[in-house]
Design a protein around this ligand. Sequence first.
Ligand code: G3P
Length: 234
Amino acid sequence: MLYIIDTADRDEIRRLNEYYPIDGVTTNPTIISKEHSDFLKLVKDIRDIIGPDKMFHIQVTGDTCDEIVKEARLLRTHVGGNLYVKIPISRDGLKATQILKKEGINVTVTAIFTQQQALIAAKAGADFVAPYVNRLDNIVSDGVSVVSEIVELFKKHSISTKVLAASFKTVEQIHKIAMVGAQSVTLQPALYDQLIYHPLTLYAIDDFKADWSNVYGDKSIAMMFEEKDSSVIK
Ligand code: G3P
């Protein structure tokens, strides 16, 4: 499972990238606009924070094939690293995807709401397709079953395109998406903290501390080694 951060907030990316096993960052025009920053500086800063190897998915703003291809080439030149150009599904987007793949540019086709959008995006050469789970749930559709069928279609037709499930509001959605075999999820920062939270875990940790200090007081394992032989701990 690939874990991606769905934000352009530099402080949050720094924090999550330090603590969690993060594989990259996704953005879109809505996410970028929340930062009220110079776009070029923002994307370069994000690239610096995550380094050249982690995936960085940046969405184009152009509508026509020519505009999309031009933006994609500029992003490759100026942001570089392990870059994925995000393109919303459309006729022009599919044409651009085929051109960019011939140039070796990675493409994520986004704003996917149906299985057939995903299938044709894959046929055009998309490396990832990004279905919007919570937005499907919000229209009384079923985000998990749409993703599940996309995963199944890709398996049945031996398609190597991966599913990058997006638009999550709950840990339950993330769990179900992982269970149906989606290869990656992109999550807003707060969901990472919710993923690892459980009150029983906190109780367990409190019990460990209490039991330890009943016998050893404030002394930590490191302090014990240091007392025994200062050369043991470097
Ligand atoms: O990556 C797509 C995602 O940002 C959409 O999420 O929460 O706006 O539905 P949301």
